[in-house]
Design a protein. Structure first.
Length: 194
């Protein structure tokens, strides 16, 4: 009896049937993770490029049209109109515009002013009353208009929800409590003389 068991055990150890399954099982999660992360990175890159382009075009309007006093909302509307890829742009985009003294440079805050998504998506208060959208939007933190020949920094922060929250890249990115990831774009320009 032990001879028959040992013979079957020896045959099992020597057999190479099904050996191709082991590498497939080991490599499939990695390959799927790379594929899903590629989709996520492509979506991020599309948003980043769209925001950069819209910000550059808006900066061109701001620095050449010095007769107009640009407000946070007007500039946000200008950027959102130039970028159709950014969904809910008016709610999820926040801007900062700061004057810079080139002789005594002080770097702006490292953390950009982004939309507060928890406040934005809280639609009712404790007693059940609806909160209007205008009260839920994040106010402009630093927004100053410059004068002719002044160097300005314009920083835009757009938040979006990743399409694949379980991907490698989504875990590596900085997300808020609701899972929104920030895309930040910065432009520096000088106001043209009037």
């Amino acid at each position: 009896m032990t001879h028959a068991v040992l013979k079957k055990l020896r045959r099992f150890c020597v057999s190479e049937d099904g050996t191709g399954v082991v590498p497939v099982i080991l490599w499939t999660p990695l390959m799927l993770g790379i594929a899903v992360s590629t989709v996520d990175l492509g979506a991020y890159t599309l948003r980043q490029v769209s925001l950069e382009r819209a910000l550059d075009q808006a900066i061109r309007e701001v620095k050449l049209d010095t007769s107009t006093v640009w407000t946070h909302d007007a500039l946000k509307t200008e950027i959102c109109a130039r970028s159709s890829v950014l969904t809910n742009c008016n709610e999820l985009l926040n801007l900062e515009m700061l004057g810079v003294d080139m002789r005594d440079y002080v770097a702006p805050d490292d953390k950009p002013s982004c939309a507060d998504t928890i406040k934005l998506f809280t639609v009712s208060n404790e007693i059940g009353e609806d909160i209007p959208l205008t009260d839920r939007l994040t106010p402009a933190r630093n927004f100053q208009n410059g004068v002719a020949h002044q160097t300005m920094i314009l920083r835009a922060c757009y938040k979006y929800k990743t399409a694949t929250p379980g991907s490698f890249l989504a875990g590596a990115g900085v997300s808020d409590e609701l899972g929104y990831t920030a895309v930040v774009s910065t432009g520096i320009f000088v106001y043209e003389p009037t």
